[in-house]
Design a protein around this ligand. Structure first.
Ligand code: NAD
Length: 511
């Protein structure tokens, strides 16, 4: 167990032990399967987490529903104050929590710390929101009447998260849901259970200090079975699901069957369009992070590049050179020198190998990479493929690994068309120096994605805007802007203070 190695002393700073309990409903108690958490950097077991049984889930859902009554009655600014304290508690544990994300998920330490920072930023955002949650008054057509829009909390909600952002995605949902007055049951990815336990311990410490029921933020570590139980549970007024499109589609249908609400954050197939007037220096620097960073395991990773014919050769060769420059910096994500860590699991390495082999079979040329790195852990080379058709099934599907397809385009319109021709609609980016092109790109006939960037990578969003994507990416929005609305129910209220009944549209009924 890596936890016994003094090199990983930060695990103990987070209150983790060799055997951990993965269920929290105000008390820590688990009766389900024991999950071994594996470090993708070396394939070794970090520590164990006992997951939830069906009856553990039941206890979590009941406790979260129960805790909701007192939580919803707390004024929103007081809920904001709790979230502020959670932000501060995260600041205190920034380094060890970042180190744990790096060890268990596999992303490099600066990105892992950045993920915790993202949760802190959302706490800040949610604190402001807690004092500014709007309610609107509309003019009524009837004298002595008032027309009001009132927002109320939903109740208990379910949060199901993916492995690749084991802290931030929970934070985006939890901080906003908490100020909105919802309680939650979190079902994290079964391959990042230690992060989930550590984060829940931090939240628990703040709730306890303020005498608030722990089940305001319940945790249920488990696999697909616990996820399905949550999805089918009518007590979960909203299911916020982050994960693959295939699973998200099933989740959406199941939640809809019971007329619950869902927020789906699913797969992407993100493109950079390089126009003939692009600044190539900017582009190459952005594309390196967008394609190879996080070993291709961001939902917003660039998987397709549509490059204007005038720049195509130059861009492919410069990109290959910059990929070559980082190969020596692929390594242990906790080491200061590393720029790229491993893939998350052995299965992800198999998926990478299969995709590279299929690309070659279909006539693709490997311009760079394509190989698994011979060392312990799940390391692969960032890979550039050329020669495949823009609409080949491989190019149109998401392989969660650092593989980018470079495709030549004759003009910007073609680039926009190719960008939009896939099922997914998460992120996109155009490189151009021309303002007219920018307006075309962000307009009705431009990119059809939820995230539409210019001269920056497709990945690395800030929390102030709404985050999410269209089409098979699910349509949900999280974080900033008005994403909070998904976590509340809206009542349109008409109040009559006139002392007389007057019908709308001046309808006369009876005397
Ligand atoms: P996944 O779909 O395999 O798993 C996601 C979560 O769903 C896990 O917690 C898993 O245990 C749970 N789950 C599995 N089957 C379930 C079921 N039938 N019912 C309910 N829950 C179930 O995804 P992953 O491999 O963990 O993550 C990678 C995927 O997530 C990629 O497709 C990536 O693009 C996507 N993602 C999207 C966003 C976004 O914001 N759009 C963010 C991060 C990741």
């Amino acid at each position: 167990y890596l936890i016994d190695d003094p090199k990983y002393a930060f695990l103990k700073d987070l209150g983790l032990e060799k055997k951990n309990i993965g269920v929290f409903n105000g008390k820590w108690n688990a009766n389900g399967q024991v999950i071994q958490s594996i470090s993708p950097a070396n394939g070794k077991v970090i520590a164990e987490v006992q997951g939830a049984s069906a009856s553990d889930y039941e206890a979590c859902a009941a406790a979260a529903q129960d805790a909701w009554h007192s939580w919803a009655d707390l004024p929103a600014p007081s809920r904001g104050e709790i979230v502020r304290q959670i932000g501060d508690a995260l600041r205190e544990k920034l380094q060890p929590l970042g180190q744990l994300v790096s060890l268990e998920m596999g992303k490099i330490l600066p990105e892992a710390v950045g993920e915790v920072v993202e949760y802190i930023h959302v706490c800040d955002l949610a604190l402001g929101l807690s004092r500014s949650l709007p309610g609107t008054v509309f003019p009524s057509e009837r004298p002595g009447h008032m027309l009001i829009e009132k927002w109320n909390p939903l109740g208990a909600i379910g949060i199901i998260t993916a492995f690749n952002f084991p802290v931030a995605v929970f934070g985006w949902n939890s901080a906003i849901a908490m100020v909105c007055g919802d309680t939650s049951v979190w079902k994290p990815s079964e391959t990042t259970p230690l992060v989930a336990v550590a984060v829940t311990k931090i939240v628990e410490s703040v709730l306890k200090k303020n005498d608030i029921p722990g089940a305001v933020a319940a945790l249920c570590v488990g696999g697909k079975d616990i996820g399905q139980q949550l999805v089918q549970d009518p007590r979960m007024k909203l299911v916020s699901f982050t994960g693959s499109t295939a699973v998200g589609q099933q989740v959406g249908v199941e939640v809809q069957k019971r007329f619950g609400r869902h927020l789906l954050e699913l797969g992407g197939n993100n493109a950079i369009v390089v126009n003939e007037d692009a600044n190539v220096d900017l582009l190459v620097s952005a594309a390196l992070f967008a394609c190879a960073g996080t070993a291709g395991q961001r939902c917003t990773t660039t998987r397709r590049m549509f490059i204007h014919k005038k720049l195509y050769k130059e861009v492919v060769s410069r990109l290959a050179k910059s990929f070559a420059g980082v190969v020596s910096k692929i390594g242990d994500p906790l080491e200061a020198n590393s720029l790229i860590g491993p893939l998350h699991t052995a299965a992800a390495v198999e998926a990478y190998k299969k995709t590279v082999a299929e690309a070659v079979e279909q006539g693709g040329k490997i311009e760079f990479g394509g190989k698994v790195i011979e060392r312990e852990g799940y390391f692969v080379e960032p890979t550039i493929v050329t020669g495949l058709a823009h609409d080949s099934p491989l190019v149109k599907s998401e392989c969660f690994a650092p593989i980018v397809y470079c495709i030549e385009i004759p003009d910007l319109d073609t680039g926009i068309k190719y960008n939009n021709e896939v099922d997914q609609g998460l992120s996109s980016s155009l490189f151009t120096e021309n303002l007219g092109n920018v307006f075309k790109w962000i307009g009705p006939h431009g990119s059809d994605c939820g995230i539409v960037n210019v001269n920056i990578p497709t990945n690395g969003a800030e929390v102030g805007g709404a985050f999410g994507g269209e089409k098979a990416t699910g349509g949900g929005r999280e974080c900033g802007s008005d994403a909070w609305k998904t976590y509340m129910r809206r009542s349109t209220v008409t109040i009559n203070c006139s002392g007389a009944i007057k019908l709308a549209q001046n309808i006369q009924f009876g005397d």
